[in-house]
Write a protein that binds this ligand. Structure first.
Ligand SMILES: Nc1ncnc2c1ncn2[C@@H]1O[C@H](COP(=O)(O)OP(=O)(O)OP(=O)(O)O)[C@@H](O)[C@H]1O
Length: 409
């Protein structure tokens, strides 16, 4: 391990043995043998990750991709099938709900137990105890056995312990999501404070916005393998693209199974999205504007069979996939005419008050029943060049003045 590394994972793989109940027929044929048959399942395959001191890393990926397994292996509660995990410093982990808590002990007893597992003496815990209980907000239940706690109460106490034991590395799994909104905000503030103090944080979450907001780095797992490891700006679009591909596969499968009007409409698609703007008269797959310019999004649609009762929409997204604007013909109270062959349609956006940055414009096609038929994303690229007077996704003309009459302090 180099001097700046605090977590080093080399060639890490984890195999689970999955036991499946046999069918009645198999049980009869194999009478007398075990009722279960076993399959190997590789939850992680050849993962290599190096995390430096002070980094905040988001572990992201689809359900079942191995995020929690990886976090548990860093936390030492699962052992590798092969490969190694090395750590430097004191680790506090918030893994599955209730992990590290003994159900028959009270909240108070669990605080001491948890702290002692983390190597904190009784005297030190005495010193932190009131702050822990205060942070958790569950003082009233501190002498109740934790088996009677709600999931939010568990997380409150576990997080409060984790952040008060002075960890160098903090591991946080999705569990935070079960806390209520004010508590989640409080936790995130504490995580930010940890960042400023130069501690290392590894976070498993499905909130890509949170990763974009918080993390210096995002590691994307898919089927137990690392498919991207980079700054969120680069890594998250890779995951969004994969989510989009999965979503389109679902749409395609639904269309294959479709009957009636849905089946007829299944052969419709968006061919292209092109943009024209005040400064650019020729439609193109990219446009550059200044805040407040008008933009027209031209969407070309082809229907191989008659398309009726349909809706066309467009949306503007950040490169990380956050939607900043969307509209469709249903919202605009337009009934789309029947289409056979190719049609072109224009969304005229007046006064595009977007903040400086790069955006994607997508288009989507659906039936009025709600069945989505096709989505083209990204359809076109829109770059907004501002005058440097503001930041954020919207542009608001702002003037500043000092109010007369405000008493000077
Ligand atoms: N103890 C276990 N025994 C057998 N299989 C397991 C075990 N723990 C996890 N798995 C399997 O390993 C895979 C990865 O699970 P993991 O919980 O790490 O995924 P995840 O990316 O955190 O998913 P999610 O987003 O749904 O929380 C899953 O297919 C899961 O079923």
């Amino acid at each position: 391990m180099s001097t700046t590394e605090v977590i080093r994972i080399d060639n890490l793989s984890k195999r689970f043995v999955i036991r499946k109940e046999k069918s009645l027929k198999e049980r009869v044929v194999n009478f007398g043998r075990s009722n279960l048959h076993k399959d190997d399942f590789w939850a992680l395959s050849d993962v290599n990750v190096s995390i430096r001191s002070g980094e905040t890393v988001g572990l992201v990926g689809p359900n079942g991709s191995g995020k929690s397994t990886l976090l548990k292996m860093i936390g030492g509660i699962l052992q590798p099938t092969s490969g190694t995990v090395q750590l430097r410093g004191r680790l506090a982990a918030l893994l599955e709900l209730g992990a590290g808590f003994h159900p028959d002990l009270t909240g108070r007893e669990n605080v001491y137990l948890n702290a002692s597992i983390l190597g904190i003496s009784r005297q030190q815990t005495d010193r932190y105890f009131d702050a822990i209980v205060d942070f958790s907000g569950i003082e009233q239940f501190i002498d109740t056995q934790v088996k009677f706690y709600s999931s939010g109460m568990y997380v409150r106490l576990a997080f409060a312990v984790a952040v008060h034991v002075d960890p160098d590395i903090l591991l946080v799994d999705e569990v935070l999501a079960v806390g209520d909104e004010p508590f989640q905000r409080k936790c995130l503030e504490r995580v930010r404070q940890f960042q400023h103090e130069g501690r290392t944080i590894v976070l498993v979450t499905h909130s890509l916005d949170q990763v974009a907001d918080f993390c210096d780095r995002a590691i994307v797992l898919e089927k137990g393998r690392v498919v991207a490891d980079d700054v969120p700006r680069v890594a998250l679009p890779i995951l969004r693209r994969d989510f989009e591909a999965t979503r389109q596969e679902d749409v395609d499968r639904a269309q294959e199974r479709a009957v009636g009007p849905d089946a007829v409409a299944a052969r419709a698609r968006i061919d292209s999205v092109t943009l024209t703007s005040g400064q650019q008269a020729v439609a193109s797959e990219s446009a550059t504007i200044t805040p407040g310019d008008a933009v027209t999004a031209h969407v070309q649609v082809t229907a191989e069979e008659p398309l009726e009762d349909w809706v066309l929409g467009i949306g503007v997204d950040t490169p990380l996939g956050t939607s900043v604007f969307g509209t469709n013909t249903k919202f605009l109270d337009v009934r789309m005419p029947r289409l056979v062959g190719t049609g072109s349609y224009a969304f005229k956006l007046d006064d595009v008050a977007l903040g400086e940055g790069a955006y994607n414009v997508h288009a989507a096609l659906a039936l009025t029943s709600g069945t989505e038929l096709h989505r083209l994303t990204p359809g076109a690229g829109l770059t907004v060049v501002g005058d440097g007077t503001s930041q954020g996704h919207v542009h608001i003309n702002t003037a500043f003045e000092i109010d007369e009459g405000v008493p000077l302090s």
